[in-house]
Design a protein around this ligand. Structure first.
Ligand code: XIL
Length: 759
């Protein structure tokens, strides 16, 4: 069989390249693909799909449809994808050819050729058709926003609304009764806060604004939904966006926007989570929390649904990574992550929260990620490879037990000795939890959030197990392998109570504190052990309800050491002790600072900073006080981006939950050498106090970072300090005190600790 080669031609240069300070959230890409175009060329290569393997459409038929975003050429029966996609998938969406620029390139001239063919393809092959997308700021012709008499002027509100109405009603009306769900609006949320505006390439908000005078500028969204509803009241009308599952801020804004609109009677049937994710983040549990949080909108609209609309899982962690080889290990790691995420999807489908999962591409030979966010960086984000062959990721979600090997997750654990007792030792707050959430039996039941610590003799475990069905048989097994083929399995029962293992009942489950002996194992920094966990959850009649493991999902949870995860013994957690005291914030080093401990921003994150900053801290009930003495002979704040100016960043995780995405108590405070403030998360600009002073060899910065709650002695909070070194409008160096990943702007996972000393 033959296939046409797809040539992706990016007409505009990709302007982003390396996006500093951006992890994997696809911001700023609109300029990239606004003018990109797909062209067909001659047949160059033959490939065929596997005709006798299980299909996604059947495997998940009890849960949700599995859809695919596709290129228009694939609809042609001469193209191998035509048969491949209909064999595997039972829902489909146009990758590009139903966007405004494709359907109405010139005002009043609609082009439905591809869309009509696509509808026929879906109908003939029993695939649910999605519509993507009606209102967007990208891939929309300029004429929409221009005054017809003078294109240099913007269209009026009335004209833009009437154009929107015509576009939506012509398109939705044509396919009335045929389309399962429509992305009515796409990517309307900003990457900083509120709705996307002119600075992020969208004119909808500024031109249409607050029509009804209720104080909200979201009326364009409301109109779009009402127009669509008038044209087809029976299709599901979806608000679609990216990065929601990775950002609590964006998720909360989506929730309040949709809640307000639903309460106003706007016909919104669901939220589309694009889910362009990476195999490193977000975690399956973050995705689960996101779906459950947004599903609370069912209290207003009982039929409200979440859909996954553009799933792909990049093998890259950020846009600075260069092309990497797709090794077996990468494929297994991706498979393990896909497995956990599909476990969540199944569970959420059973709860009636989720009804569709669509991949943004049928196989790795057709992925936009080959050119986004880095041009020509080949990615491998889907379930089938470039030759349409099923990858480990496919098998991990379709039949995990058919696999020989599981990816061996590696986890660094820090060195400290907690006390096992009736209350949980504060030391546990200095380490980050990981999830045990890969089901080897059942689709819902018990998962756990677990922490581990080590010392010369023992491994310490703190496990929060969710389990609402109490049975005496409930248990958690811990496997330790010493690296010489010797396995030990420790079983902790829900009722265990010994010197070394304490179990306490909690509202929604139970908590385990355990001290597990590391006999015959040399416990030293840099050494490692094999490790796995299995949670067996029984129902109240004593029947097994579910089993979930940390690592080895291929052996049905038999805890085989060759497929276990790995724990690496790391150093002690980073900790600074802050004395109590209240300095005046004036840029002068008061005597009281002489009592404070000094730490250095000694961890290099980017570039090469010659002199590290000296940092001192103090605290009182209301504030964390920070004094930074930064050596830098060349001060620069010429960049428009605050993080690319000479500045200090102070991160505070007050409850030290060390969350992957910022919680409501997590804040990033950024202050530059001339005392300008910026930041993210729970930053409180009103209460923040700071002063700066330029010195002969750099600058001094003194800041009072407000606490949300009254601080108490002996608390251990999460903190970190980062220095940004700028030259000629660019950030040339970054150093931090603790987190070497450079990701503290988005995650508290790797933050350091501060102990509030009572003296
Ligand atoms: C992408 C297409 O896959 C590319 O071929 C095109 O060049 C740009 O657009 N979010 C969306 C999709 O809603 O429409 C985008 O699709 C990917 C991000």
């Amino acid at each position: 069989m033959v296939n046409k080669k797809i040539v992706l031609k990016l007409i505009s240069a990709i302007t982003m390249g390396v996006i500093a300070n951006v992890m994997y959230i696809p911001v700023n890409y609109n300029s990239v693909y606004a003018s990109s175009k797909i062209e067909q060329s001659e047949v160059v290569q033959s490939k065929d799909y596997q005709h006798n393997i299980p299909t996604l459409r059947n495997t998940f038929s009890d849960y949700f449809e599995v859809g695919v975003g596709l290129s228009e050429g694939f609809i042609e029966s001469s193209d191998i994808h035509h048969d491949f996609l209909k064999y595997q998938y039972n829902a489909a969406v146009a990758g590009n050819f139903m966007k405004p620029d494709a359907l109405q390139p010139v005002e009043g001239t609609f082009n439905f050729t591809n869309a009509d063919k696509f509808l026929k393809y879906c109908e003939e092959n029993n695939m649910k058709m999605r519509g993507h997308t009606l209102l967007w700021h990208s891939q929309i012709p300029q004429w929409f926003f221009e005054d017809p008499t003078d294109p240099s002027k913007p269209a009026s509100r009335e004209l833009l609304l009437s154009r929107l109405k015509t576009h939506i009603q012509t398109v939705v009306g044509r396919y009335k009764g045929k389309v399962d769900s429509w992305d009515v609006v796409n990517e309307v949320l900003s990457d900083s806060n509120g709705l996307r505006g002119d600075s992020e390439g969208s004119k909808w908000k500024s031109i249409i604004g607050d029509v009804d005078g209720d104080g909200y500028d979201s009326d364009y969204i409301e109109y779009a939904f009402r127009y669509a509803y008038e044209a087809d009241p029976d299709t599901k009308l979806i608000i679609n966006d990216y990065g929601i599952e990775g950002s609590n801020r964006k998720r909360d804004e989506m929730y309040s926007l949709v809640k307000r609109l639903l309460e106003k009677g706007v016909p919104i049937d669901g939220i589309g989570l694009q889910m362009h994710i990476s195999m490193y983040s977000p975690s399956a549990q973050q995705i689960k929390e996101c779906i459950e949080n947004l599903s609370q909108l069912k209290t207003i609209n009982p039929d409200f649904k979440i859909q996954v609309t553009e799933l792909d899982m990049s093998i890259y962690n950020n846009s600075s990574e260069t092309t990497k080889e797709v090794t077996q290990n990468i494929l297994l790691q991706q498979a393990s992550q896909y497995k956990k995420i599909f476990d969540v999807f199944k569970e959420e489908a059973k709860k009636d929260n989720l009804d569709l999962v669509v991949f943004w591409g049928g196989a790795d030979d057709d992925t936009w990620l080959d050119n986004f966010p880095v041009k020509d960086r080949m990615d491998a984000p889907l379930l089938f490879d470039r030759n349409l062959q099923a990858k480990p990721a496919f098998w991990s979600i379709v039949n995990p037990k058919s696999q020989d090997r599981a990816y061996r997750q590696k986890l660094n654990i820090v060195n400290t000795t907690p006390v096992i007792g009736t209350s949980v030792d504060k030391k546990w707050s200095m380490t980050t939890a990981f999830d045990v959430d890969s089901y080897v039996y059942g689709t819902s039941g018990s998962t756990a959030s677990v922490k581990a610590l080590w010392d010369a003799n023992n491994l310490y475990i703190l496990a929060d197990v969710n389990d609402s069905t109490i049975s005496n048989k409930d248990n958690v097994k811990f496997l330790i392998n010493n690296g010489y083929g010797e396995d030990k399995v420790f079983i902790v029962n829900r009722n265990t109570d010994t010197e070394t293992v304490k179990v306490t009942s909690e509202d929604n489950g139970y908590k385990i504190q355990a001290k597990l002996p590391l006999d015959n194992i040399s416990c030293a920094v840099g050494n490692k052990i094999g490790f796995d966990i299995k949670i067996d959850n029984y129902d109240s009649n004593g029947a097994l309800n579910s089993s979930a493991v940390w690592n080895d999902y291929v052996d049905n949870g038999k805890l085989k050491s060759e497929n276990s995860g790995i724990l690496l013994f790391d150093k002690s957690p980073k900790l600074v002790e802050a004395k109590k005291g209240t300095p005046s914030i004036d840029g002068n080093i008061d005597d009281i600072w002489n009592t404070a401990n000094t730490i250095k921003t000694e961890v290099n994150v980017q570039g090469n900073i010659a002199d590290n900053a000296d940092i001192r801290t103090l605290w009182d009930e209301n504030y964390l006080y920070v004094l930074c003495e930064v050596s830098d002979s060349n001060l620069d704040k010429s960049s428009v981006n605050a993080h690319e100016q000479d500045s200090v960043e102070i991160f505070l995780d007050e409850n030290n939950a060390r969350a992957s995405a910022y919680d409501s108590d997590d804040a990033q405070y950024r202050i530059n050498y001339s005392n300008d403030h910026s930041g993210a998360g729970a930053i409180n600009y009103d209460l923040l106090k700071s002063a700066s002073k330029v010195t002969s060899n750099g600058y001094i910065l003194e800041a009072a970072i407000p606490f949300k709650n009254i601080a108490k002695a002996n608390e251990i909070m999460g903190v970190d300090f980062q220095i940004n070194d700028a030259e000629n409008g660019q950030r040339v160096g970054v150093n931090s005190w603790c987190d070497g990943t450079g990701l503290t702007w988005s995650t508290m996972n790797n933050i350091g600790n501060i102990l509030l000393d009572d003296k």
